[in-house]
Design a protein around this ligand. Sequence first.
Ligand SMILES: [Zn+2]
Length: 361
Amino acid sequence: MLIAMDAQHQLVNAATADRQIEYYCPGCVQPVRLKRGAVIVPHFAHVHATDCDAFSEGETTEHLRGKQQLATWFAASGYTVRLEAGLPEIHQRPDILVRRGTAQPLALEFQCSPLSVERLAARTQGYRQHGYQVLWLLGRPYQRQLHLNSKALKFLQYQQRWGLFLLFLDTQSTSVRLLHHVLTLDTEPLTYQTIRLDTRSQSVLHFRQLAPKINTPTLPDTHLRHYYQQLMLARLRHQRGFDALQVACYQRGGTIAQLPTWTMPTVPQLPLLSVPYLVWHAHVFFALRQQSGRLAGSQLEALIWAQLRPLLARRACLQARGTLIQQLITTMITMLSEQQVINWQKTEWQVNSDQLRWRKH
Ligand SMILES: [Zn+2]
């Protein structure tokens, strides 16, 4: 911990604490010892082993340093900053709590250790339900190439200008890395665009107003489609959901390679599924085959949603989840219509059985 309490209940930062004075943990009120030296980040640690809820001794140098860097960055940008502030009303203690003007207070969490998706969801909800915004920044253990099953993905957040994004704090270079418009094309790794910002020279305000340009994805040319599909299938073979999809195809008298062309994803999509998009598309194909003739708009949406729901990944930090899911369904309907799997006839959808056949080898 970076902050401890003196005998007068005043909070003191380890960087400026007095070695001669006794300090106490603001969480459990047990005595703590000041640790400060040439190579270590100044911090406090409990004198005796304790089952303190607020602060464990497992805090890494990276975590301690990151908290100091974030505090410095936000303070330099005109924010009121509280390090390790306890919020008794929600029994939570964000790494840093910042506030500027009349805006909602913002809790900053610098995550360097494993965290279950359940705990992440509970903490995120706790903040939001009590009027705090929250921003998760990830440390080194999460800085790996992004795959569909990366642990970092549960921290995906969304805002209009950045799309689905992740934030990393690199304490070595004192910089923040924004991965925005994170997308998947059923291939590993995921795609995204990056902005790096030096927290020593660029303000938080500049950072929060970033409105990066999006590179629109290009579609493969028609003559490349076949090659492209082979490539996709080869990559998909190693992914979660592939074996189950293979079984599902066999049970319906086909194989993955015989799925109609339109089921093959060609545009990068939001990484909100726990499996490749092909799996969802294939299940829509199966479900539509069961339909004969016409479908009302609401029936079609219900059919698509029923196939999508079991495939959704748990994304604990997403506030706009409902809107994003609606976006997925709308995109699916547009694609089905463009591919003439369904055709709009005055007031309802006509299902086109020509597009609902297994391809011949
Ligand atoms: Zn304690």
